[in-house]
Ligand binder design. Structure first.
Ligand code: SF4
Length: 356
């Protein structure tokens, strides 16, 4: 779809005027930006709100001020710093890419867009952000904020998650980009979407685009952008048993290709439905574990992007021979629990029950 030159010029000019005069977003990675700091901030902000991601960025940049420092850090230290952000694949990719750049590229961040895009964990959006913010290269960023603003302003009804919609939006975003100042333009459009043309309650009455905005003129702001797919969400039932022996707790590392890979957790039984204590005792017996007393210790729910984890917790005193040696795990003192990285639901349980 083609849009007239005046419409595109008005859009770009209005956006830059707003950015110059009214944009209040001060983000720490905007100061003294380097390819490393931009890449780090963008990976942290994938699927994370700025307010939540900012303290993580600050802690990471303090602990690992450059890519070599990050590459040389242990997995466990980095996972611990990441704890609470979720989407742990991002953390694994962060480490993989840091080590790849340190070892294979002599610590020098790539400068070509295609080379940046080939890094693990870097998609088209992140590559465009790094290329434009770090090197002033003319690549338009297309994130959720940009999609929403463009769909509303131009009144685009093609579903933004369809192949056609993605292509159309990428082309339009690239056409609108101010090639002489890509970093400023990209920052402006993302900030505008994040602060004015927001998903709920956009500030249309004060918006400088209001006179030209198709969605506002047709009164269908709340209907745009359109998405075709509904995200399927499945519920999983995790029963955790905190085995304790001589003030030590048994932990295992999640190694399987699943959520939370690389993090630690207590003994786990996953079932299709919630289990009663009687059923749980039977399941343990099937595994050759007979236990005198299981104590109910609470429950929690953690929502992830495509699944909901309903966790039940039990505690039990055992002797340290109880877990047979075929179960790969470790006994950890209460004091040492803080050295390990856990999923959020486990951290909450440990905090609530004064384990640390
Ligand atoms: S008028 Fe409303 S919907 Fe249109 S661009 Fe402005 S904030 Fe977004």
């Amino acid at each position: 779809m083609q849009y007239s030159r005046p419409a595109r010029t008005f859009f770009t000019q209005t956006l830059l005027d707003w950015h110059r005069n009214d944009n209040q977003r001060q983000l720490p990675w905007k100061q003294n930006a380097t390819p490393y700091s931009i890449w780090l901030s963008e990976i942290i902000l994938q699927q994370t709100r700025v307010a939540q991601g900012t303290p993580y960025y600050e802690r990471f940049i303090e602990a690992y001020p450059n890519i070599i420092a990050l590459a040389r850090a242990s997995d466990n230290d980095v996972f611990r710093l990441w704890q609470g952000l979720g989407y742990y694949n991002r953390c694994r990719n962060l480490l993989h890419t840091a080590r790849y750049i340190a070892d294979k590229l002599k610590g020098v961040f790539p400068t070509r867009y295609d080379d940046i895009l080939s890094l693990k964990g870097v998609g088209a959006y992140t590559a465009a952000a790094i290329a434009s913010f770090a090197y002033e290269q003319p690549y338009a960023v297309v994130d959720g904020n940009v999609l929403r603003l463009l769909a509303r302003y131009f009144g685009i009804t093609t579903p933004i998650d369809s192949a056609e919609g993605k292509k159309q939006m990428a082309q339009l975003a690239q056409d609108l980009l101010l090639k002489e100042a890509p970093a400023t333009y990209n920052q402006a459009i993302m900030d505008f979407g994040a602060t004015v043309c927001t998903p709920a309650l956009p500030q249309c009455d004060e918006c400088p685009f209001a006179t030209q905005c198709e969605a506002y003129k047709k009164d269908n702001v709340s209907l745009l952008p359109i998405k075709s797919k509904k995200t399927l969400n499945k519920t999983r039932h995790f029963t955790y048993i905190i085995w304790e022996s001589q003030s030590k707790i048994w932990l295992q590392k999640r190694e399987q290709k699943d959520i939370w890979r690389g993090l630690y957790e207590p003994f786990l039984i996953e079932t299709p439905k919630p289990v009663t204590m009687k059923k749980l005792s039977a399941l343990l017996q099937q595994r050759g574990m007979t236990i005198d007393q299981l104590n109910e210790a609470g429950a929690s729910t953690q929502k992830l992007s495509h699944q909901t984890i309903k966790a039940q917790f039990y505690t039990a005193e055992v002797d340290d021979q109880f877990i047979d040696s075929s179960q790969a795990g470790i006994w950890v003192t209460h004091e040492d629990l803080k050295k390990y990285a856990f999923p959020k639901t486990i951290v909450s349980f440990f905090k609530k029950n004064n384990y640390f």
